[in-house]
Design a protein around this ligand. Structure first.
Ligand code: FAD
Length: 463
């Protein structure tokens, strides 16, 4: 062990990857101090602002992170954006090591005509809006139309389709924002159509999420039996599957044979159907779709190939749920193809493919937007192991200095952990008055006020 004082590590981003990395460093047996830096006044990343509001049992993972935040050597710097308030280069000088765990802050595109029309939104924005992300509260989703089309067949697509299907009674039990509850409960939406480009056997959603759709109070799931007729390759993969695809297929068969017509909303799941254009003069009025057939590629994977069968689905809103995408951080080598920081097992690589001692990454910005929350634990462990090995080899150096002094000079209004706890307590109190888990503050001003952080205050002032 070559480091004499405590190892000082900055973790950028306070989502699951950042918190797991912090926890693993603090529990490593090394003398470590960890500063977690987060651009929002609130921690937990997508656990607070991505995971569906009607899944409180998933959001409860934040209790694990709360325990990490209480460990000695941990500090939280909320409301501090790396790249705006402090640069990556400055962090590299201040700390022995920096771990970037900034997630995937953008979305993938469909690349079809009409994608930019008003009324066409990335599902990422809709998710951030109903969950109370303060950058997304001014967005105006027009929910007055009868039909919404959700493009995509993963769990995020299922989340947004389900959120649009919930009744007021179901919505008020969640921690969705008041504005979102009012907008969704008062909406004119009667039908939500989900489009999957491949077949039911290839769908990316998981079975519990699919089963849940059948238990909605106000929405009936509709599946056309013709969509469940399989091509020979899908039949073989279904016969060989022992878990997700088989369970999904059985659930879909159940939906296709059930129709009571008594519920107010219809949630239509369609397969082998891709959008080819969004149509409308001033805003989205319809989606033109094409029917696909599935063709095995050289590796035996089924790819959708468009047929001549086209159809137009009138709608007032399109939510494109075809994946999140990482964005580059100034000065940190980026792999634009994959939308991740260039890295080898969590060690950042320079332009020549050499590892840069002291710079690391974890979570979605390291491996891309895939996996569940727990996947980030193993992922962070690999990064922390690499970091500690580099510390042991004497590769890590800093010039000293303290981040709070630097931010104080710059007049950055840091929200420390006590500030977040003040926000959390106030949100829960407001929720208790209404019989809800919490009433979220979703505006920057409200969040900073609840944290007791007037603009310009330093880290050490009480929250
Ligand atoms: P994030 O959670 O995105 O955290 C990144 C953090 O970095 C954010 O807080 C961000 O504000 C911060 N940040 C970004 N840039 C900067 C900067 N420049 N300076 C400072 N801070 C910065 N998984 C499940 O297991 N179950 C689910 O039900 C589930 N539902 C999901 C629903 C949705 C809609 C989405 C998108 C994901 C869901 N996931 C779910 C997956 C899970 O949320 C991710 O695996 C996980 O959040 C990724 O962790 P991360 O730390 O890499 O990124």
């Amino acid at each position: 062990m070559h480091v004499v004082g405590p190892l000082r590590v900055a973790v950028v981003g306070s989502g699951p990857a950042g918190f797991y990395a912090a926890g693993q460093l603090l529990g490593s047996g090394f003398r470590v101090e960890v500063d977690v830096i987060e651009r929002l006044p609130t921690p937990w990343g997508l656990v607070r602002l991505g995971v569906a509001p009607d899944h409180p049992e998933i959001k409860a993972v934040s209790r694990v992170f709360e325990k990490i935040a209480r460990a000695s050597g941990f500090r939280f710097f909320g409301n501090v954006e790396v790249g705006r308030d402090v640069s990556p280069a400055e962090l590299a000088l201040l700390y022995d090591a920096v771990i970037f765990a900034v997630g995937a802050q953008s979305d993938r595109r469909l690349g079809i005509p009409g994608e930019e029309l008003p009324g066409s939104w990335p599902a990422t924005a809709f998710v951030a809006w109903y969950n109370g992300h303060p950058d997304f509260q001014e967005l105006d989703f027009d929910l007055s139309g009868e039909r919404v089309v959700v493009v995509g067949n993963g769990n995020v697509a299922v989340d947004v389709a389900r959120m649009l299907s919930l009744s007021r009674e179901e919505l008020v039990r969640t921690d969705a924002t008041e504005a979102a509850i009012e907008a969704i409960a008062g909406a004119g939406v009667r039908e939500i159509v989900m489009l999957g480009r491949r077949g039911p056997v290839q769908a990316a959603f998981t079975s519990p999420e699919l089963r849940e759709l059948g238990e909605l109070g106000e929405a009936e799931v509709i599946v056309d039996p013709a969509d469940l007729e399989l091509d020979p390759v899908s039949e073989v993969s279904l016969a060989e599957d022992r878990s997700t695809a088989r369970r999904n297929y059985e659930l879909l068969r159940g939906y296709s044979s059930r129709r009571d017509g008594a519920k107010r909303k219809r949630l239509v799941l369609r397969f082998c159907t891709s959008p080819v254009a969004l149509l409308g003069s001033a805003r989205v009025e319809a989606v033109e779709v094409v029917r696909n057939r599935l063709v095995a590629d050289a590796r035996g994977e089924l790819r959708p190939v468009a047929t001549a069968l086209r159809e137009t689905i009138p709608c007032g809103l399109v939510l494109r749920s075809v994946g999140y995408r990482g964005v580059s951080i100034d000065g940190i080598p980026f792999d634009p193809e994959r939308g991740v920081i260039a890295n080898l097992g969590g060690r950042v690589l320079d332009g020549g493919g050499q590892t840069v001692p002291g710079l690391y990454c974890a979570g979605w910005i390291k491996r891309g937007p895939s996996g569940v929350i727990g996947t980030n634990k193993k992922d962070a462990a690999e990064t922390v192991e690499a970091l500690l090995a580099d510390a042991d080899a004497g590769l890590l150096r800093s010039e000293g200095g303290d981040l709070d002094a630097l931010l104080g000079q710059r007049g950055v209004s840091v929200v420390n952990y006590a500030g977040w706890e003040a926000i959390d307590a106030r949100e829960r109190e407001l929720g208790a008055l209404l019989g809800r888990p919490r009433v979220k503050f979703a505006r920057w001003q409200e969040l900073l006020e609840a944290a007791g952080r007037p603009a310009g205050a330093g880290l050490d002032s009480p929250p």
